[in-house]
Design a protein around this ligand. Structure first.
Ligand code: PXP
Length: 247
């Protein structure tokens, strides 16, 4: 199981002073050198953190950009031009602080089919993912729309405060991930994951990649980005090791 690090909030910090540091490009190299497999950036329609140039440069220099994006036509066009290593389609609302909930693929399968088709037409090995709830209806819709990957939204699990609530969300994620793999999808997970809650999710096993941003960038303020990434990786590896021993 791999780790993708979302570096949007390095850009938030840079933009706070309108200067050119801290640099998301520099951060991309630090997280990759620390052992992350990919760098994730969300090019939002309002460009509140990551800007077009960040995406172009990070994709070109690292070749390991996962571009998070809405299904907006203009953003799709940019993604087709940049062609990052992978794209993850997410819902986007202007006023939200961060992505809220998964994409409703089932509500408009044709629209998403046309987007996955555009990527596959231009790039035969395009990795296109849908960020969705752990819901079999959305999983079926994602497969029908031609997505090869899904990213399961773990935000509800992360936000649960009771043990029984957490267990019930974990169970939904586990069941959904197993079902998705059974019908041929590759499965990532992310949103709200942190140093306290990643272990139980990682113990489910079978995920290709976790996408984690806010907790890693926040920790890096105190201990540095390299250490923050390595600590997260060590928890994921510990779960992987425990899983191997149990099987
Ligand atoms: N995955 C997706 C699809 C997201 O939208 C985000 C937030 O940008 C993340 C993962 C990372 O979430 P967090 O910053 O809470 O770790």
């Amino acid at each position: 199981m791999k780790l993708g690090v979302n570096i949007d909030h390095i850009a938030t910090l840079r933009n706070a002073r309108g200067d050119d540091f801290p640099s998301p490009v520099h951060a991309a190299f630090v997280v990759l050198e620390a052992g992350a497999s990919n760098v994730t950036c969300h090019l939002r329609e309002d460009r509140r953190h990551i800007k077009d140039d960040d995406v172009i440069i990070i994709s070109k220099l690292t070749k390991r950009l996962n571009l998070e994006m809405s299904a907006d036509e203009k953003i799709v066009k940019i993604a087709l031009d940049v062609m990052p290593k992978s794209v993850t389609i997410v819902p986007e609302r202007r006023q939200e602080l961060t992505t809220e909930g998964g994409l409703d693929v089932a509500a408009d399968i044709k629209r998403y089919e046309s987007i996955t088709g555009e990527f596959k037409f231009k790039f035969t090995d395009a990795a296109v993912s849908a960020f969705i709830e752990p819901d079999p209806r959305q999983i079926d819709a994602a497969a029908e729309a031609g997505f090869g990957f899904i990213e399961i939204h773990t935000g509800r699990y992360a936000g649960e405060r009771t043990e029984s609530g957490k267990y019930s969300e974990l169970f939904k994620i586990k069941t959904a991930a197993e079902y998705a793999r059974k019908i041929g999808l590759r499965v990532n997970a992310g949103h709200g994951l942190n140093y306290q809650n990643i272990y139980d999710i990682a113990m489910i096993g079978g995920f290709m990649e976790f996408n984690i941003g806010f907790s890693i960038i926040s920790k890096s303020v105190f201990c540095g980005l390299e250490t923050a990434v390595k600590e997260m990786l060590s928890i994921i590896k510990a779960a992987e090791f425990a899983n191997c021993r149990n099987t």
